[in-house]
Design a protein around this ligand. Structure first.
Ligand code: S3P
Length: 143
């Protein structure tokens, strides 16, 4: 089975591309939407300091997604080489595409994301810098 997954920092266009893929007839999943459907309070966990609980939920949603029938998946910005679900992604037939962008180019698109609100702009930029090599390591393709 051939299928693609989109990774990258918040605001890089993963969900927009997934929406285009869906409109074009590909079987598409957006894992953040599935997480929110399962627990509408899930994203608040990131702001309230219980990020591990969010990652546990995210891992279980993605594990299920990996076993389902889809062509195209958009993942949240926390999915990369060091995410707890990485091994399962690696062992699946999914090829990851990293939508690379600079922090400056993403500005204006991520300010309302829970982790940005929690960490502040400086902390969020540090997070961005720490994640870039992890996206690169996880991806089969970089665009
Ligand atoms: C997260 C990014 C979000 C969402 C959650 C955690 C992160 O997805 O999964 O808020 O860890 O950077 P987007 O990349 O769609 O904003």
């Amino acid at each position: 089975m051939r299928r693609l997954g989109l990774i990258g920092f918040s605001g890089s266009g993963k969900s927009s591309l997934a929406a285009i893929a869906s409109k074009s007839g590909f079987k598409t999943v957006d894992t953040d939407s599935l997480i929110e459907k399962q627990n509408p309070e899930a994203f608040r966990l990131l702001e309230d300091g219980t990020e591990d609980d969010f990652r546990t939920l995210e891992t279980s949603v993605i594990s299920k997604v990996l076993k389902s029938d889809f062509d195209f998946a958009a993942f949240g910005g926390g999915v990369h080489f060091a995410h707890p679900v990485w091994k399962e992604i690696y062992e699946s037939s999914l090829k990851l595409v990293y939508l690379r962008s600079s922090f400056e180019n993403l500005a204006g698109r991520f300010e309302e994301r829970p982790l940005c609100r929690k960490l502040g702009l400086e902390g969020y930029e540090k997070l961005f810098k720490s994640r870039c090599p992890l996206y690169e390591k996880a991806a089969a393709f970089v665009v």
